[in-house]
Design a protein around this ligand. Structure first.
Ligand code: C2E
Ligand code: MG
Ligand code: MG
Length: 570
């Protein structure tokens, strides 16, 4: 062994013994890391520990095998230790070396022998305690688990030490994308380093645990909040064993600042609070950190109410379709309409903002969308039968449908049961942030188009719009979100005005039909004209209308557009 390896060995061995003897402060993660480092130092490929309840169990091979370390290489055993504990159970530890490695020198073998003896007797002593602790309070990757968190909370609550603490639950942003970029092994290292960074930021009386997948919970004294939020908002961590490359990890979090008066009285309250706040944070990409408060309780109750009432409401036909005209601004003609859902309950109209986002958290939204499609088809059938004028109607399909491999069939079943010619139906789909979502979107859009339906990208510009989205998917219509439309106070050179112009000209070059949403003023109609966007939807023409009002509009056929005046003539 050369001098530097010798020094490393001494330092690791000393740390290992310190870990084993200081049982009060035993840090399992540190211990596991020391054993790993020792294995690397001695060029080992694998470490295996076997436990047998008795010698006869050992003879019949009826025991438990734990692989402590494994490089997966083809290997052979180099050293083994067996001890019989006071309780007559048998523990055998074996170390392996890869076939391709040059053999260990005598001096190395002696050192390994020493390490292994210490280790096996330590395991024998702690076997019982450690294994129950490990089974109950740590997950398969050696992260403390939810039970660990609950036990910690119970101790805080019973000791009246919970006031002044901040509790938090976080979810890594786009961690599956990171795993794809740097590989699973890299992802594991990065995750561990991120965890350790947060753990040290949480202070001596803080804690952090993994509650599953890439969800974690933390507790710490209030004064550490800024530092921890700084790390959660984006922190570079090393992801390779050489410590050379770093990746930026960030998270969304739900936070509960424990009040000094009226603190929670059981762990469930804390966990419910941070989890609710996290769910809200995950749905709001612009606000990754959300604090739990009274308003959130009210929102949560409202959401629960929506979920509860939905099935009956669907059965009782409480959902209706409103139609918002889409107008050709050159002629004032109604060229289409968007079907928008409204919920009527006890004579009151509930706007979609209050129930769509709730239903979108479950497959309920798909049932609603199919119901709306069915209602639209009924109306179109009626118009056709009565020989009334008919325009193409667009229906919104939630992203939740993308997971449905039979989506095409479900849609066709509805439309064909009413014998609706496919050119009267347009399907509005929204962008998606993930690669998987993108592939599904491409498949669904292609299938719909193959069946002769018009397909449009809804709310373009609002979320994760990418040029790829319009290049790779053969859309018919681009619906430009109103956040892209300049307002009356924007001047011609504002970035919104420039972007708007460019998006339209790009879409037209690609042969897409462009509809601008949210057109409210005559000046905005002028902006559309100037930028060659021929189709508009918005309050300037009409709000979403009841079917009777819409039928009335469409029978009259067109709007007289007079952008000099502030109102519209119909
Ligand atoms: P969306 O698909 O982007 O629909 C357009 C929304 O913009 C409608 O809101 C419409 O009333 C509103 N809007 C239209 N013109 C103007 C305007 O000039 N100014 C302003 N400020 N707003 C305008 P609505 O009806 O409240 O619907 C909101 C969202 O709810 C829709 O956005 C859509 O994403 C969703 N939604 C509505 N019905 C359904 C449905 O049946 N299924 C699904 N999945 N989503 C639906
Ligand atoms: Mg829409
Ligand atoms: Mg829209």
């Amino acid at each position: 062994m050369d001098k530097s390896r010798m020094e490393q060995y001494h330092s690791l061995f000393e740390r290992m013994i310190r870990c084993m003897t200081d049982r009060e402060n035993f840090d399992r993660n540190e211990f596991v890391q020391i054993l790993k480092d020792l294995s690397i130092l001695f060029r080992l490929s694998k470490g295996v520990t076997e436990f047998y309840r008795s010698e006869s169990a050992e003879k019949s091979g009826d025991g438990e095998i734990m692989i402590d370390y494994d490089t997966g290489k083809k290997d052979h055993p180099v050293i083994q230790k067996r001890i019989l504990s006071k309780s007559k159970s048998v523990i055998i530890s074996t170390l392996y070396m890869a076939d391709e490695e040059p053999p260990l020198e005598k001096d190395e073998l002696n050192k390994l022998d020493l390490i292994l003896s210490a280790l096996v007797s330590f395991i024998a002593r702690n076997r019982f305690e450690t294994s129950t602790e490990m089974l109950g309070y740590y997950d398969d990757d050696n992260y403390p688990n939810l039970r660990f968190f609950k036990r910690y909370l119970e101790t805080l609550i019973s000791g009246h030490n919970i006031s002044g603490k901040t509790m938090l639950c976080f979810n890594l942003r786009n961690f599956s994308g990171i795993n794809q970029d740097i590989g699973r092994d890299g992802g594991d290292i990065a995750l561990r380093n991120y965890f350790e960074t947060l753990k040290s930021a949480a202070g001596d009386d803080g804690m952090i645990c993994r509650i599953g997948g890439d969800n974690f919970a933390m507790a710490f004294s209030r004064e550490y909040t800024d530092e921890i939020l700084h790390i959660l908002s984006g922190f570079p961590v090393i992801y390779d064993p050489n410590g050379k490359n770093r990746v930026l990890i960030s998270a969304s979090a739900g936070i509960y600042d424990i009040p000094d008066d009226n603190p929670p009285t059981n762990p469930g309250e804390v966990i419910g609070a941070i989890y609710t706040a996290l769910l809200t944070a995950k749905h709001n990409p612009e606000t990754p950190f959300i604090y739990y408060d009274q308003k959130m309780i009210a929102t949560r109750e409202k959401a629960a109410q929506v979920q509860l009432l939905f099935p009956k409401a669907l059965e009782n036909n409480e959902f209706r379709v409103f139609y918002q005209p889409k107008v050709d601004i050159e002629s004032g003609r109604i060229m289409g309409a968007e079907a928008l859902c409204r919920w009527f309950r006890d004579g009151q109209m509930i706007p979609p903002g209050e129930f769509i986002p709730v239903l979108e958290q479950s497959p309920d939204i798909c049932r609603l969308d199919f119901h709306i499609l069915d209602l639209v088809c009924r109306d179109i059938r009626r118009w056709l039968d009565a020989e009334m004028p008919v325009v193409r109607v667009s229906v919104n399909l939630s992203r939740k449908h993308l997971a449905d491999v039979d989506l095409q069939k479900h849609i066709l079943d509805i439309i064909d049961s009413h014998r609706i010619p496919h050119q009267y139906i347009e399907i509005e789909l929204t962008e998606t942030a993930t690669e998987v979502g993108f592939r599904a979107l491409k498949r669904v859009a292609g299938e719909l188009q193959d069946n002769g339906f018009c397909i449009s990208v809804d709310d373009f510009g609002m979320g994760y719009s990418s040029l790829n989205l319009i290049r790779e998917i053969p859309w018919n219509v681009l619906k430009i979100d109103r956040c892209f439309l300049p307002t009356d106070s924007d001047d011609e050179n504002s970035s919104t005005s420039l972007m708007y112009g460019h998006v339209i000209s790009m879409a037209l070059d690609l042969g897409l039909e462009c509809v601008t949403e949210g057109v409210e003023t005559p000046k905005q109609v002028e902006i559309l004209k100037k930028n060659n966007c021929r189709f508009a939807q918005g309050f300037y023409f009409d709000k979403p209308l009841s079917v009777e009002e819409f039928e009335d509009r469409i029978s009259r056929g067109y709007y007289r557009i007079d952008t000099k005046n502030d109102r519209i003539f119909k």
